[in-house]
Write a protein that binds this ligand. Structure first.
Ligand SMILES: *Cc1c(COP(=O)(O)O)cnc(C)c1O
Length: 466
């Protein structure tokens, strides 16, 4: 048992505040924040001592308190190196924005903007007008609107055109996207009755036609983003579905998920249906994300027939799902880049990263391998180079991978590998790799700034940088 004498040996918050090292923290974070953090840290240590721990030596105590205060003071949402090999990683924030979009967002943040103000007439304007013309030009649609994300886009479309009625969906398309986005649940919340047709692997035109009746509000087509059904399969394509829907006088909603505005095949990637194609096939409404393949900030785009878009804009949910001026500015700047396809891959980070050549990434691995080896060898890790496969992520082209190159770090044990992953996560700029076949792979496809990667690693491993 440790007595109260041990606890009394701990300094008070006031004593700590008077130490020069803490003064530096006060200068950085403010007196009130540091006092609160010191109090919390001291109370943790008191609890540890009460539970039988030794009272730390004064110099260790100070170091430990300072590191706890620093830890609480740093930003959790701080930049990191996404070396997972998944370019659009939902948990790591999806698309990186183009410099043009970042600049536009910063301007919108700093100053007032004509968000809902028509500079030509001086009257009240519309929030969506900034994007509508661009979206129509890039997709061939009559009209367009934008909401918070694609899940919101699907929700408001279903609710607007299908509430109180039935929506027909193929059993092969009743997806769960992750993060609790399940198509049947969204339909329920939208007030739409789900009518499933066909089977998991095969759905035919007659399956849809058979169930259409007076209560049918729409046909929903969903891009099976994160899985693929292979083998003995049949699905009804968009133009056939449009014909079935229009013959019955109902609407076709096509949720493209990622959606792309360009033909990815022309960039050497696997083909994805473009939004323009979905519109041309005859879908009445098409929904897609802003921060997947499109490469912008989080948003949900809805393009399609004018009267349906007008109805969506009148739905009270639109107000609940609206997008702020910062994102509209970034979206507008991102969409503008698509007007210049020749320079798109150079300016849009998502496309730039997806189209990096394996040979270039391999050369990067060869430059980095000796330096990373010298930092990790003394800790018992071996670093070599290997070819690997990157993924697009965010449900785009789930099966199509892109050849890439990685630093492969081997450890003496699974525990040692986990320790390394934990160390990488604590870096000022964390490094996130992936564990594969008992090694950590750092896929270098998304590594742009080699220098700061090496500096971050050097700091974490206690190596001085040359
Ligand atoms: C990703 C995805 C969604 C959800 O989009 P968010 O932008 O993440 O809200 C909806 N439908 C499909 C088919 C998707 O792939």
């Amino acid at each position: 048992m440790h007595g109260s004498a041990d606890l009394r040996a701990l300094p008070s918050v006031d004593q700590m505040l008077n130490s020069p090292a803490v003064a530096v923290l006060v200068e950085k974070h403010g007196r009130r924040a540091v006092t609160a953090d010191l109090r919390a840290a001291l109370s943790d240590i008191r609890a540890e001592v009460k539970a039988g721990g030794a009272v730390p030596r004064p110099e260790d105590l100070l170091a430990s308190l300072i590191s706890r205060v620093e830890y609480r003071g740093r930003t959790n949402l701080r930049p990191l190196f996404n070396l997972t090999g998944t370019v659009l990683h939902t948990n790591l924030g999806r698309a990186l924005l183009a410099e043009e979009a970042i600049a536009a967002a910063m301007d919108a943040m700093r100053d007032a903007a004509a968000l809902e103000f028509d500079l030509d007439t001086g009257r009240r304007g519309e929030r969506d007008s900034h994007l509508r013309t661009l979206l129509c030009e890039l997709t061939g649609a009559e009209d367009a609107t934008v909401v918070n994300n694609n899940a919101g886009a699907v929700l408001i479309c279903l609710n607007t055109i299908g509430a109180g009625r039935q929506a027909i969906v193929s059993r092969g398309e009743l997806i769960e996207i992750g993060g609790a986005f399940r198509m049947p649940d969204i339909m329920e919340r939208a007030g739409v009755q789900l009518i499933e047709v066909g089977t998991t692997n095969r759905t035919h035109p007659k399956d849809y036609a058979k169930v259409i009746g007076p209560d049918t509000g729409l046909i929903l087509k969903v891009h099976t983003s994160n899985y693929r059904i292979e083998g003995f399969t049949a699905e009804v394509d968009g133009s056939q579905l449009a014909k079935i829907a229009h013959d019955a006088g109902i609407a076709l909603l096509n949720d493209l998920g990622s959606g792309t505005l360009v033909d990815l095949a022309s960039y050497g990637l696997a083909r994805e249906p473009t939004v323009r194609e979905a519109v041309a096939e005859g879908a009445d409404l098409v929904t897609f994300s802003g921060d997947k393949l499109l490469g912008g900030p989080q948003a949900g785009f809805i393009v399609g027939r004018r009267e349906l878009i007008a109805e969506i804009n009148r739905n009270p949910l639109k107000r609940a799902l609206r997008v702020d001026k910062i994102r509209i500015a970034a979206l507008e700047a991102t969409l503008k880049l698509y007007r210049d396809p020749d320079r798109l891959a150079a300016r849009l980070p998502t496309l730039r990263l997806l189209t990096r050549k394996q040979s270039e990434i391999m050369a990067q691995a060869e430059r980095l391998q000796p330096k990373v080896t010298s930092m990790l060898r003394s800790r018992g890790y071996d670093v070599d180079i290997c070819g690997c496969l990157s993924q697009i992520g965010s449900g785009a082209l789930p099966v199509d991978t892109i050849p890439s190159a990685a630093l492969r770090i081997a450890a003496s044990s699974g525990t040692a590998l986990e320790e390394l992953a934990a160390l990488f996560r604590t870096l000022p700029r964390p490094i996130i790799g992936r564990i594969q076949s008992g090694c950590m792979l750092l896929d270098l496809r998304c590594l742009a700034d080699e220098q700061s990667f090496l500096e971050s690693l050097a700091e974490g491993t206690g190596h001085a940088m040359a």
